[in-house]
Design a protein around this ligand. Structure first.
Ligand code: GDP
Ligand code: MG
Length: 186
């Protein structure tokens, strides 16, 4: 059983005048991280740094603001390097495969572990229930239940449904990211 602890909600993070922010995309392997990354890169004119098998790093321009995006592999071995990126992350997306009920309980424990890291206490979190186009996709209420999200208190978070295959929900994701990045510019 995983528990989410209360965390304070202070959002001003970047120093005044800083024009860089960082977007970290996490989730289990096969959840859709790289597909989401590809869509965001199209929308935000992403430029890729030399990718390697474990981490793909992109530079996006969001409202004239330079944002680094990291898409890090989510298999068990590579999850060990996730914490190396927490301190640098200013916005966090955690993506789920909404048709994989068995792995949602794994995702719950993985997300719980991620959120125990104090470096992410103030980081706005967007949880994506992906693969809504598939017939076995679970409804939002079931995903919230299986993920124990009703216990996720004291932080700036939200959940949205999407299909990165069809592009459904991408506009809402873009709006959320833009809003969070804009707040960090001030
Ligand atoms: N049906 C469907 N398949 C998806 C969706 N998003 C990703 N996929 C597929 O799921 C698989 C894993 O996606 P990928 O982005 O590589 O996952 P990652 O391991 O988290 O980076 C690929 O075959 C994708 O084409 C979606 O919204 N719907
Ligand atoms: Mg990937």
């Amino acid at each position: 059983m995983c528990f989410y602890g209360p965390i304070s909600l202070i959002k001003k993070i970047l120093p005044t005048g800083s024009h860089r922010s960082r977007l970290l995309i996490l989730g289990l392997d096969n959840a859709g991280k790289s597909t989401l990354t590809a869509r965001l890169s199209e929308i935000y004119n992403g430029e890729s740094k030399e990718p390697n098998k474990q981490v793909s790093e992109w530079t996006l321009i969001i409202n004239n603001y330079k944002v680094q995006l990291w898409d890090i592999n989510g298999d068990l071995k590579n999850r060990q390097m996730w914490p190396n990126y927490y301190q640098k992350a200013k916005v966090l997306i955690f993506i789920l495969d909404s048709k994989d009920a068995v792995r949602l309980s794994e995702a719950r424990c993985v997300l719980c572990d991620v959120l125990m890291h104090h470096e992410l206490n103030r980081t706005p979190l967007l949880i994506l229930s992906n693969k809504k186009d598939t017939s076995g996709s679970l409804p939002m209420s079931t995903v919230i239940d299986l993920m124990g999200l009703d216990r996720l208190e004291g932080r700036d978070w939200t959940i949205k449904e999407c299909s990165m295959q069809t592009g459904a929900g991408i506009q809402e994701i873009v709006d959320w990211i833009t809003n969070k990045i804009d707040k960090k510019k001030k």
